[in-house]
Design a protein around this ligand. Sequence first.
Ligand SMILES: C[S+](C)CC[C@H](N)C(=O)O
Ligand SMILES: N[C@@H](CCS)C(=O)O
Ligand SMILES: [Zn+2]
Length: 325
Amino acid sequence: MAGGVVEELVKRAGGCAVIDGGFATQLEALGADINDPLWSAACLITKPNLIKEVHLQYLEAGADVIISSSYQATIPGFLARGLLIEEAEELLRTSVHLALEARDEFWKSTLRKSKPVYNRALVAASVGSYGAYLADGSEYSGSYGDDITVEKLKDFHRRRLQVLASARPDLIAFEAIPNKMEAQALVELLEEEDIQAPSWICFSSVDGQHLCSGESFEDSLRIINASEKVAIVGVNCTPPQFVEGIIREFKKQTEKAIAVYPNSGEVWDGRAKRWLPVECFGRKSFDVMARRWQEAGASLIGGCCRTTPSTIRAVSKALKGRAGH
Ligand SMILES: C[S+](C)CC[C@H](N)C(=O)O
Ligand SMILES: N[C@@H](CCS)C(=O)O
Ligand SMILES: [Zn+2]
């Protein structure tokens, strides 16, 4: 059963596991230049040590799950950069290995302390949507053009998924999926490739009522509910003010564990490649909202773009009564 490892983690975490925060955001905060078609995955080539440092910072902050640096790491993306196929595949494996190394080192160091306050974290291999690869902001529009088909999406995802799975992550995290066709492709692919690690599929939404494409959550959840390979569904990189309503809607439509890791509420300008500030997304702070998300039924909670280790420290404290320290 795909969900065993997830159920165990959620139980160990006291009912709600903490996911890490914005990975690319923290890479940038540490000085990386990610204004690049590969976005944060460029650092797999140029700054692997920084990637490990970001993972360690989120573990220190109290994350029970860390997500690898492969969101925008794709074989065609690396080939366009002039790498060979073997080099591209090695970088994909490296993204998982860096996260596993950080997890194992951190866990060893906490075991040496007399009163460990952490759980042994899980590593989720990130698989960004096709829109992330296109690097045109389409993970927030769901518009992949008229020519796209389920088969083309499966072909796009297939080899990367095989390679990432071969590096033995604990979970596979499909992130910022903006339309139903891609959810269908992923569910079929998990079955065809018989992927053993449990998966999560997280959608992006810009209005809190639909996928970014405008399609209903209901139809996509029906597709996902039929898959035993998917243990967790949810939303990521979605404005936080919509998340409580989304969880309540998902609770009606699925029995799978629900993960939410919204962004800060800022909006990505895909053309200018920058985050646009928002006036105000509500009066509540992220950690206060996180408690409401837990009450509404989320089992895994973290942050996405523009959230940081201090966000996750506060979330960990709010959900478990203690910060990572
Ligand atoms: C989650 S978005 C901010 C990632 C970057 C985007 N795919 C781009 O390359 O423009
Ligand atoms: N795991 C990725 C998601 C981007 S939407 C990151 O945090 O950078
Ligand atoms: Zn994000």
